[in-house]
Design a protein around this ligand. Structure first.
Ligand code: ADP
Length: 396
């Protein structure tokens, strides 16, 4: 028996989940928000209780030290050595990391060098890795990449129709994201359907604040809606999703912007549900406003549904049919309306929602009618357990 911790270090946050392995029992979890800012908030969940501390936490190393000390204080562990493995979520793995990797100094440098592909995330991920390495230098330490699951995509799906040399010289291509989530729900879907994953064609819809849709065949990602970065694809909380690049210089001129990064910032942070509704990036707020008769909020919702439907349709064509559609992440797990509207609009493909079964929130379930040719599944995602499993898989 050993304890393994999954770490997700963002630029100002750090999330952790501690597991007993190989039983995969979740022992404790928590989050530190506002790392590096005033009044950082450290919340730990253990034994059904929540423990909250507010104090200044200046950097990730201090944050990790606090996590470990808290685990000792709560008697979750007696000493640091009880934790024998750590898995770190890393956003961009580029073309280098087609699978999770045991962390070495070289791997850390490669993760840092990939910051070009994820400027906000990879440096923060690397900081988390280094901080942990300093405190627990000898334990099995693994990096798990959001992009690895999509490494199986064929060329015709990951290449953009731009001069080939841009790919050959600069690795400019589609990488996708949320791979850990798409992988987890695909594997669960096979178990729920009682069929080997190798025999299944799935369309997995990760609809959270960020969102992506993936065509999965035989357990492998064939195509995905996010692109070179997570900006592409469907309408998201604050991201625009797919857009004609020519609109950028046009808008920059109109808005008096001279730096392309300002425009990209708008597409990443001021667009999507937030930009369309002028209300919120949060689906619950937009749904509530639409319900209360706000037409702009309704338009934002209609665009969201429409983009998801179009991707699902695309992937039906790409896979030449699908056995199941899977909904996951915040919206996918918790908004029955979203699932119903999306599936009702594409029932020509042979998917039919069971209204009663679909009323559930956040519980694993088949939500299509028994006769539905294409099954529809609700599967709460669990990226952390994939990370913990990969630590065990790569443990020497
Ligand atoms: P993140 O990408 O930040 O991990 P989540 O997967 O937690 O995001 O998803 C957040 C989204 O889920 C938000 O838009 C939120 O409104 C939505 N959501 C959560 N609960 C509900 C609910 N009960 N009904 C509709 N949407 C919900």
């Amino acid at each position: 028996m050993s304890k393994t911790i999954a770490i997700n270090a963002g630029s100002s946050s750090l999330k952790f989940t501690l597991y007993e392995m190989p039983s995969e029992e979740e022992i404790a979890s928590g989050i530190i928000e506002r790392v590096g800012l005033k009044d950082s908030v450290f919340t730990t969940k253990y034994n059904g209780e929540k423990y909250k501390v507010v104090k200044d936490i200046n950097n990730h190393e201090i944050a990790i030290q606090m996590v470990l000390d808290k685990l000792i204080e709560l008697k979750v562990i007696e000493n640091y050595e009880e934790i024998t493995g750590v898995g770190h979520r890393v956003v961009a793995g580029g073309e280098i990391f087609k699978d999770s990797a045991l962390i070495t100094d070289e791997v850390i440098t490669q993760i840092e060098n990939l910051a070009e592909f994820a400027p906000l995330h990879n440096p923060a991920n690397a900081t988390g890795i280094k901080a942990f390495k300093k405190l627990l230098p000898t334990i099995t330490s693994v990096a798990v990449f959001d992009t690895s699951f999509h490494a199986a995509m064929p060329k015709e799906n990951y290449l953009y129709s731009i001069p080939m040399s841009y790919y050959e010289d600069f690795s400019a291509r589609k990488y996708g994201a949320h791979g850990t989530s798409h992988k987890y729900v695909s594997e669960r879907a096979a178990e729920m359907l009682g069929k080997p994953l190798e025999d299944l064609k799935l369309i997995t819809c990760h609809l959270g604040n960020g969102g992506s849709i993936t065509a999965v065949e035989g357990g492998k990602s064939v195509d995905t809606s996010m692109g070179f970065t997570p900006l592409a694809g469907i309408t998201m909380g604050t991201r625009s999703g797919d857009i004609d690049a020519s609109i950028l210089p046009f808008l920059m001129k109109k808005l008096g912007l001279s730096d392309i990064n300002e425009m990209i910032y708008i597409l990443n942070n001021k667009s999507g549900l937030l930009g369309l509704s002028d209300i919120s990036s949060d689906m619950r707020d937009v749904e509530e406003a639409a319900e209360a008769g706000n037409e702009q909020a309704q338009t934002a919702l209609d665009i969201f549904y429409n983009r998801v439907q179009k991707y699902i349709g695309q992937y039906f064509a790409l896979l030449n049919g699908a056995d199941a559609i899977v909904f996951t992440a915040g919206i996918g797990e918790n908004s029955p309306e979203t699932r119903q509207i999306i599936i009702d609009g594409i029932n020509w493909f042979g998917a039919e929602i069971d209204e009663e079964a679909n009323k559930v929130r956040g519980k694993e379930r088949i939500i299509s009618t028994p006769d539905s040719k294409v099954k529809v599944l609700l599967i709460p995602t669990d990226e952390e357990i994939v990370i913990a499993r990969d630590v065990e898989r790569l443990r020497k």
